[in-house]
Write a protein that binds this ligand. Structure first.
Ligand code: NDP
Length: 331
């Protein structure tokens, strides 16, 4: 027998063509059907949440809506018994926070197949320091390693380096012994990026548009979180046999490139999706993040915010002004 519980959520609604979020009292009876009810203590902020909160119909079709593509907390009801009531879980991706009420509310109801058991020794806040961004960074690194990337091959570039995905990618790669070149538009973040382990920090102009079809190869491998022109320029600068993991689109969706990096230098372009991949693949990376790939600097520098601070924090994402990891604490 399920009981209805009132809870607080940061819900976004449309008013005269504008989208605004505010704290709203909701009831678990209005959550969608699903096997598992999770009491969410923490969520994490992502670019996609900012898109949802600003009314982007490619992310969220109908409003009012509670964004939050990440959630961590304790199972409060479980129709299948797995995960068990009282166990801690992480839920990221699939439809959470898109068209299913997400982690910006104190409760979510989701299929059991969306729930990753909390890695041993972790709590919800730590999991949400990483969130989808950390998971995506881990998947990007994993793809490079699967392609045989090794520190001795040379520099590895990370674009959008001060962002949520980029900053975790910088720290994981640096901890694995790679010489990381962080590419960032925020000159005042150079010291913070070096503290994460970057050997060099370059401005975005390192990847500004150049008409030449190929450029001097500089990077053995790369993680690109921005797409668009910077990615096209990056591909021209990758050493023979190198790989580029790509996950993002903040600098643009079109990728205007030629076949030359691929057929003259054998460059590998590796797509990364953290949303719809099987739960087992997510679980493998979460285990890594809580173990060998732990990022102490990211953990130490994460910022906690409350629901009332979501509006300004999400707007900073849309302007490309956000940096590091931001955790939503529902307490
Ligand atoms: P953030 O906003 O935290 O970081 C993006 C960073 O990119 C910014 O901090 C900025 O870094 C840089 N940037 C912003 N605008 C531009 C621009 N116009 N040109 C060049 N660089 C720019 O976002 P996230 O790290 O959370 O996400 C990064 C991307 O990855 C997004 O597109 C997101 O949608 C995508 N993503 C994809 C996932 C997947 O499963 N494929 C999962 C998670 C995220 P700096 O100032 O340092 O240059």
């Amino acid at each position: 027998m399920t009981k209805n519980t009132d809870y607080m959520a940061w819900q976004v609604d449309e008013q005269n063509g504008e989208y605004e979020g505010c704290e709203t009292l909701l009831s678990t009876k209005d959550l969608p059907e699903g096997e598992v009810l999770v009491w969410v203590s923490h969520s994490s902020l992502n670019y996609k949440d900012a898109l949802s909160a600003s009314g982007n119909k490619g992310v969220t079709r109908a409003f009012p809506h509670t964004p939050g593509i990440d959630a961590a907390g304790v199972v409060s009801e479980s129709a299948t018994g797995q995960p068990a009531v009282g166990s801690k879980v992480i839920v990221t991706g699939y439809d959470l926070g898109m068209n299913t009420p997400g982690g910006f509310g104190e409760y979510i109801r989701v299929p059991a197949t969306w729930c990753v058991p909390m890695p041993e020794g972790w709590d919800s806040r730590t999991a949400m320091i990483y969130g989808t961004a950390g998971l995506t960074a881990g998947l990007c690194v994993q793809k490079l390693l699967t392609m045989g990337a090794k520190p001795e091959q040379g520099k590895v570039a990370v674009t959008g380096a001060s962002g949520a995905v980029g900053s975790v990618a910088v720290e994981i790669l640096a901890n694995l012994g790679f010489d990381v070149v962080a590419i960032s538009g925020k000159a005042d973040h150079a010291d913070a990026l070096k503290a994460l382990g970057a050997k060099e920090v370059l401005g975005r102009e390192a990847l500004s548009e150049d008409k030449k079809p190929m450029l001097k190869p500089v990077f053995a491998n790369a993680v690109d979180t921005v797409g668009g022109i910077p990615l096209a320029e990056l591909l021209k600068q990758v050493l023979p046999g190198g790989s580029v993991s790509i996950c993002g689109l903040v600098a643009g969706v079109p990728l205007n490139t030629t076949v030359l990096p691929f057929i003259l230098r054998g460059v590998n372009l590796l797509g990364v999706d953290s949303v719809e991949i099987p739960l087992a693949d997510k679980k493998r990376v979460w285990e890594k993040l809580s173990g060998d790939w732990k990022c102490p600097n990211t953990e130490a520098s994460a910022k906690d915010i409350s629901r009332s601070e979501l509006d300004s924090a999400l707007k900073a994402f849309l302007k490309g002004e956000s940096s590091g990891k931001i955790v939503l604490d529902h307490a």
